[in-house]
Design a protein around this ligand. Sequence first.
Ligand SMILES: [Cu+2]
Length: 155
Amino acid sequence: MGRFLLSALLFTALNAQAELIMLDGHVRAMPPGQPNTAAFLQLKNTGTQTITLVGANTPAAKKSEYHTHTMNDKGVMSMSQVPSIEVKPGQVFKFKSGAHHVMLMGLSKPLTPGEKIKLTLQDTQGQNYTYQVPVVSLLDKKPMNHNHHHHHGQE
Ligand SMILES: [Cu+2]
């Protein structure tokens, strides 16, 4: 019994070496009335084993899922759930606009730019990785592949 407990503890300690650090990340603040939003993270696996993420949750929303964008046979882009995200040792996985994202569904309240939300990702070993992800305005998110049109108002 004692020996079993010890090896169980050692096993847990070894698994705890898995490291996934957030290099960059943001959550989009959405206009009022929008129940869902998306989080975009850059995660680096600094450990020695592949990390396979299978779960996500945040106190800010009822449900969180890994999504990607896919194109259907009519050429229309839509989002679909992906069951897992794999990050190999040394690899940086980028959730980014138009591709993978963490979908946050059923926001408990509108998100305000400047605040941070807690986002916890869980891997196949049951290990949790928790991040404080800053909320950014839709308007000042990182530039994508579009032309810059600066509309100057009454300045
Ligand atoms: Cu989505």
